[in-house]
Design a binder for this molecule. Structure first.
Ligand code: HEM
Ligand code: HEM
Length: 209
């Protein structure tokens, strides 16, 4: 928006306010790329030694074969971990988490969920997350922490025995890691549908307002 337009008041005040600061948008989209690589390569790693009686179709896995997938996984994990740490530190330091993600009251979650399912949930003010959003965002942040910790535990099970033991041993840590992945994939399905249903929110996560 030009300064000119601001002076003439052509755009309502609300539209000028920043909804997502640059650091949120930047870390969000870097995270998206890193998570996509981690899921694609993780599925290929899984296929080499499946935990459940199914494998992921080759067409949607990354890396071509086990060794290739492991290279992708170990490359993108640094991007994921560093970017995630920056997001968490700034989220705490700026008070964003405190302002936007809490409190989460069960009664409000139920009310907002009902409103969402009946199509009567308001998306007028994108700077305030409803109770369902808060729960989902906090949940996916926690799932991210679990998947990183369990990933580190199965990456260095000997050097980090205590961490691996804390998760119930190597085999249990693999299941924890898989469960974390599945939680994130489930979140993503809902999250992507909501971004398409409320395109203004997607715009705000890209340009900030
Ligand atoms: C710092 C982060 C991470 C580290 C260090 C890490 C490490 C690893 C390692 C070492 C394996 C191989 C396990 C095995 O040999 O069976 C693995 C498998 C896997 N990873 Fe990760 N990972 C990380 C993050 C992620 C993320 C973010 C996702 C997806 C959201 C993911 C999804 C998977 C999947 C699906 C598998 C295959 C599961 C299995 O069969 O055990 N990982 N990861
Ligand atoms: C298809 C890819 C994605 C799209 C289109 C997308 C879109 C969006 C949008 C539009 C918002 C703003 C929230 C709103 O106003 O409703 C948002 C926030 C958020 N997204 Fe995503 N996202 C994607 C991938 C991801 C992934 C992979 C994760 C994590 C694994 C993630 C985690 C979050 C979190 C935690 C927030 C809240 C951020 C904050 O306010 O600090 N998103 N996303």
């Amino acid at each position: 928006m030009s300064i000119e337009a601001a002076h003439h008041g052509a755009i309502p005040a609300a539209a000028q306010e920043l909804i997502h600061p640059a650091w949120v948008r930047l870390t969000h989209w870097i995270n998206f790329i890193a998570v996509a690589v981690m899921i694609g390569s993780g599925w290929e790693i899984y296929n080499a030694s499946p935990l459940f009686p199914f494998v992921f179709p080759r067409a949607i896995t990354l890396g071509g074969w086990l060794a290739g997938a492991l290279l992708w996984h170990f490359a993108a994990m640094w991007v994921l971990a560093v970017n995630g740490m920056v997001y968490l530190m700034l989220g705490f330091a700026t008070g964003r988490f405190r302002k936007k993600l809490v409190p989460i009251r069960p009664r409000e979650v139920l009310a907002d969920l009902k409103a969402a399912l009946t199509g009567s949930l308001s998306h007028a003010d994108l700077s305030v997350y409803n109770a369902v959003q808060r729960l989902l965002y906090l949940g996916v942040i926690l799932a991210g922490i679990v998947v990183v910790l369990s990933g580190i535990a199965i990456w260095k099970p000997v050097q980090l025995q205590e961490l691996t033991a804390l998760l119930g041993g190597y085999d249990a840590a693999r299941y924890v890691h898989f469960l974390g992945m599945a939680t994130i994939v489930g979140f993503l399905a809902i999250h992507a549908i909501m971004a398409i249903l409320v395109p203004r929110s997607l715009r705000a996560m890209i340009v900030g307002r």
